[in-house]
Design a protein around this ligand. Structure first.
Ligand code: PLP
Length: 233
């Protein structure tokens, strides 16, 4: 078995354990394999081990990988999860199935305009800045309802949920509190926006806390593919 296949099994076991502890079914939690900076060969290995959902953060790098994987016939659900600039929306609208990191209306409108007619609607999550750190992307909790309402009017987008990145801290209580707040917001928004079924939170370091707080999608890079080397990104 390859390292990547082995790591995938370990991550799946971690998800199952965390789900059991939270008295949830492991099937409620989807695994997004975050392959940013990693070569197509790593994606192939994970694919051979059964992984079908991949996340990427850098539009140009990602578009090349998506095209190469499609040319090989790999049947992958691609998620764009990085900060998105206006001049990169077309690449993302043309190549991805999901954008998990929409954080302002202008980006949503461009994705809506640029989504090819031949493709199914782009599935989107709104990224919420739960840490309050000003350098982090994401909309504020006060603006999120307005953004959701606007996105739900855009015909080429389908609103699917919320995404967040925890504050970079070793204090688990801080992470737990912000994940729990996002879960409350998600439950509240679901009443107005029934198409919202995805709460994307949890990475390699905080997967367990995220699952205990209702995450339905964890985004795992390092634990599957190893540490990233940004010099080649
Ligand atoms: C890179 C990245 C991840 C994966 O992080 P790991 O700590 O390697 O698991 C998850 N989510 C987002 C938005 C990322 O940019």
């Amino acid at each position: 078995m390859s390292d990547i296949a082995h790591h995938l099994q370990q991550v799946e076991a971690q998800i199952a354990n965390a789900a059991r502890q939270a008295q949830r079914s492991p099937e409620e939690i989807l695994l997004l394999a975050v392959s940013k900076t990693k070569p197509l060969s790593a994606i192939r290995e994970a694919y051979a081990a059964g992984q079908r959902r991949f996340g990427e953060s850098y539009a140009q790098e990602a578009a090349l990988k998506v095209q190469a994987a499609k040319a090989e016939g790999l049947d992958i659900e691609w998620h764009f999860i990085g900060p998105l600039q206006s001049n990169k929306t077309r690449l993302v609208a043309e190549h991805f199935d999901w954008v998990d990191s929409v954080d302002r209306l202008k980006i949503a409108e461009r994705l809506n305009e640029q989504r090819p007619e031949s493709a199914h609607p782009l599935q989107v999550c709104i990224q919420v800045n739960i840490s309050g750190e000003s350098q982090k992307s994401g909309t504020t909790e006060t603006a999120v309802f307005d953004l959701a309402r606007a996105i739900s009017q855009l015909p080429r987008l389908q609103l699917r949920g919320l995404m967040a990145i925890a504050e970079n801290t070793s204090d688990e209580r801080v992470i737990q509190r912000s994940f729990s707040q996002l879960h409350d917001l998600f439950v509240q928004m679901h009443e107005t926006f029934p198409s919202m079924d995805t709460l994307s939170m949890g990475m390699t370091q905080d997967l367990g806390i995220a699952i205990a707080n209702g995450s339905t999608q964890v985004r795992i890079g390092t634990a599957i593919f190893g540490a990233r080397d940004y010099r080649q990104a």
